[in-house]
Write a protein that binds this ligand. Sequence first.
Ligand SMILES: Cc1cc2nc3c(=O)[nH]c(=O)nc-3n(C[C@H](O)[C@H](O)[C@H](O)COP(=O)(O)O)c2cc1C
Length: 316
Amino acid sequence: MTLRTRATDLLGIRHPIVQGGLARVAGAELAAAVSNAGGLGQIATAGLADVAALRAEIRRCRDLTPNPFAVNFPIGRGDIWPALEATLEEGVRLIALTAGNPAPYIKRCLEVGAKTIVLTAGPELARKAEAAGADIVATVGYEGGGHIGRSDETTLVMVPRVVAAVKIPVLASGGIATGAGLLAALALGAEGVEMGTRFVATAEARAHPAYKQALAEAAPADTMLIKRTLGMPGRVLRSPHAEAIVAAEAAGGDVVPMIAGAMNARGTDEGDLACSYVWAGQCVGLIDQVEPAGEIVARMVAEAEAGLARLDAMRG
Ligand SMILES: Cc1cc2nc3c(=O)[nH]c(=O)nc-3n(C[C@H](O)[C@H](O)[C@H](O)COP(=O)(O)O)c2cc1C
């Protein structure tokens, strides 16, 4: 079965499942595995050493899949222009933008015919992205892993509000890890899903085995928010270090060294989960094992199909 939407048509994919940009974690292998399964994989630029490393990832991904994939750019952490220009030069025509004003980058993508997916959190930002020329918006709710919006608005409430606010296709993000979640997102008016945490717990993700296994074992309450007082809330796995960040925030201390990228790398790459922070969403409660990414995509589609049949049988 394929679930065809405007998003699948725009992105040139078979299934409305997009792997989110995953800082440090999403390289060529993960992106290609998702794209080979009929979803859309993304290479994360966050965590890559330099533009040469990005070019190498793009070329490797192209060797691993004939299908489209995207490159993901968090805005506002340094100058992304050189990496964006290199990506366009490499022929990538799907660009994902998040965490800042996407307008100048969308303009550049429009000039070369590249399509843009903008990750937002709520109707206001989605409207701005649409006005700037974005092709698709993803909107991430409170349940989500990594950086989320400031409104504490859940995916269930946020998605229909964003769908009502814009004309372009919307991807639901935050808390989705199963075919039932995909079906629910489509029922809310989304035309696909964008998933992060589920794809960290995969064979192809570049994350330490201890991090992946912790996601498989965690319950939703084992996640918590950090960086709220900085206006950049992000959901992580609960750990002594994450608790110390929140305590330092409450005390008005200097948290900058505690939230540095190196502290994230300590958990993500080295598996020292107690003395670091690693991103994770509440959908950890729906993950019970580390699996190949392609199997997740295939199972989600089958589950969505079964769910549709179940709903259909309810009609009186
Ligand atoms: C480990 C991790 C790293 C992330 N890094 C990025 C990133 O670099 N760029 C981005 O757009 N989103 C990033 N996100 C957010 C995801 O793309 C996605 O929006 C979010 O995980 C959705 O919620 P879920 O985890 O419940 O699926 C990250 C999420 C996680 C879990």
